[in-house]
Write a protein that binds this ligand. Structure first.
Ligand SMILES: [Zn+2]
Length: 260
């Protein structure tokens, strides 16, 4: 399979410290034409930037603060750090959002950090990469407010309700699927068919969530090919066409330069 883009990989994670270059080479070998390297903290964003700078035109980076770490959010310090990453080439704000499943940070602080990052994305006219889990009511309210300010983004690793997906799509947002859709326990193929061809993305969320047949191993961007193949099967599409679809959509959302 040629030509997919992994729209969400934590390549800056220490899980890749020993063999990051080989992981990136395997992604190219598997047919990837790009990887979004997610900066889910200020420190991770700086590492993601240097990875992207070493692989220009193939890897791009993002900068944000994950809802798990919202308790440590300091608006003055963190928003200016994310702003500096945008000035240095980050293509999106995030990963940010709301996670009421783990509640690793107080919900009020999660909302404050998310709202500040949505506002920053609006101010800079860049997309947002959003993590949302068991927080649909507040996600819908905040997404609607952001969309009214012309903010666009992606619900990443999406496994939520059809209702939230439909609201996001109506607001012009994208929906990204991970290896979870290949798991035996996955039952919501209707969700995979609900997202139109011009709004669907695929991602590894590596090092987490390796798709079948590699489930349980450290995940890597090369294996997005399995997720793209599953999306194609469920949607009645050709795998190569599905790869091209997710790549085109990632380029459009994140405003990535076309292939050289
Ligand atoms: Zn992530």
């Amino acid at each position: 399979m040629r030509g997919f883009i992994d729209s969400h990989a934590h390549l800056a994670d220490p899980a890749f410290d020993a063999d990051r270059d080989e992981v990136i080479a395997r992604a190219r070998g598997a047919g990837a034409e790009g990887i979004l390297c997610i900066g889910e903290s200020i420190a991770a964003a700086a590492r993601a930037r240097s990875i992207a700078q070493s692989h220009r035109g193939f890897i791009w980076h993002t900068a944000g603060l994950h809802p798990h770490d919202a308790a440590s959010f300091d608006a003055a310090r963190d928003i200016s750090a994310i702003r500096a990453e945008l000035a240095a080439g980050a293509v999106a704000v995030g990963e940010c959002g709301l996670d009421y499943h783990y509640d690793n940070s107080p919900r009020e602080q999660q909302r404050a950090a998310f709202a500040a990052q949505l506002a920053l994305a609006g101010e800079h006219d860049v997309p947002v990469v959003v993590h949302t889990r068991d927080a649909e009511h507040d996600t819908i309210a905040m997404l609607r407010d952001a969309a009214a300010q012309r903010v666009r983004g992606v619900l990443h690793c999406y496994t939520g309700s059809h209702a939230l997906a439909e609201i996001a799509l109506a607001a012009g947002w994208f929906v990204s699927f991970s290896g979870i859709v290949t798991f035996r326990k996955w039952t919501d193929d209707a969700l995979l068919r609900l997202v139109p061809d011009d709004r669907i993305l695929a991602e590894s969320d590596s090092p987490y969530l390796a798709p079948v047949p590699n489930r349980g191993k450290r995940n890597e961007p090369a294996w997005v090919a399995h997720t793209v193949a599953q999306l194609a099967r469920v949607r009645g599409s050709d795998p190569e066409a599905m790869a091209a679809t997710v790549a085109t959509n990632a380029r459009r959302l994140f405003n990535l330069a076309p292939v050289a």
